[in-house]
Design a protein around this ligand. Sequence first.
Ligand code: NAD
Ligand code: ZN
Length: 381
Amino acid sequence: MKALVYEGPRSVKVKDVPDARIERPTDVLVRITATNICGSDLHMYEGRTDMETGRTLGHENLGEVVEVGDAVDRVRVGDLVCLPFNISCGFCRNCEQGLTAFCLSTNPDPRMAGAAYGFAGMGPYSGGQAELLRVPYGDHNCLVLPEDARERQTDYVMLSDIFPTGWHCTELAGVLPGETVVIYGAGPVGLMAALSATLKSAEKVLVVDRHPDRLALAEQIGAIPVDDSKVSPIDRVLEETGGLGADCGCECVGYQAHDPQGQEHPNLTLNNLVQSVRFAGRIGVVGVFVPQDPHSPDQLYRQGEVAFDYGLFWFKGQSVGNGQCNVKAYNRRLRNLVHSGKAKPSWIVSHEIPLEEAPEAYRHFDARDDGWTKVVLHPGG
Ligand code: NAD
Ligand code: ZN
């Protein structure tokens, strides 16, 4: 089968690799028809992880079931399914509580919890930027989609990661109707957090970035765009909130945070949040703060050290929630919002292209080239 393979920093290639197949009786085999490039793929692409060369990338996947293992009861051949990026078992103590991002069964490294397709440090699983994908614990992991998904794949494929992740960020920040929310980052995740805050009836949603095309997408759903290359985002939020600060803040950038001049400051968005969220306000962090080799034992617990203004955070009595999104905790309900037309997450899609054109798309998306917001790949054309 054809697959997009990691060959080294900033080098990916579409190659012929052995077909994915059923390996365990609980597996489901899916023919992928839509698979996204994600900001998280760039951690591998840019060579910031210990990703093995030759592995297939891709954790935002949707497709049709073509084969099921002997122990699969619920999912059937022909079903159109969306796969959470987290691979989880459904029966460990974390999964039982809905914490599928921290599944204790699917990552073979005993120091780790949680697994994902085509991801460094998240288990041995192949990604879905390919013609076929093996889905472990298929009955648990496949979200079966309604018939309209055949025509609306670009909406439904967002249920694999970024729509639930944006929603999760607003859950971590405890967004309530009538509140003001500030979101740092207008990448796909920040835009989905803005959509989620809007669906939760926030009064004002401010979205901070410096890419005009991305800010325009935030504006399209009624958010207030804040270009931090032109104004201080802290001043702008204080201005909108009578000097109090926002009720809630969302971090949707991660350690790649940089200033508008391009200088990297991994703590910039955290410090801006502490300053622009009110006393006793709440902050959700879904941006990734794990920049280095998760397999290097001496780095396991030091790798993400980021100094931020903990003193002011403490003094303001703010609270924070963070981590990977438990996609299964939300994807069924968000699927229903997509089906009813209340949510159309495909508004951010800038490109729909065949798998063969993925290397070029990675280059543009990595450079945050104008207009390259979200790329959906269609293996098989
Ligand atoms: P992206 O790189 O496309 O978007 C990030 C955006 O942040 C860019 O538009 C960039 O201009 C902006 N930015 C950079 N510095 C900034 C600053 N100081 N202030 C405001 N904006 C700034 O990535 P994405 O796909 O939107 O993902 C965002 C983050 O979320 C990544 O770290 C990704 O790995 C992470 N993520 C986490 C989860 C999870 O489960 N927690 C899931 C998916 C993605
Ligand atoms: Zn993703």
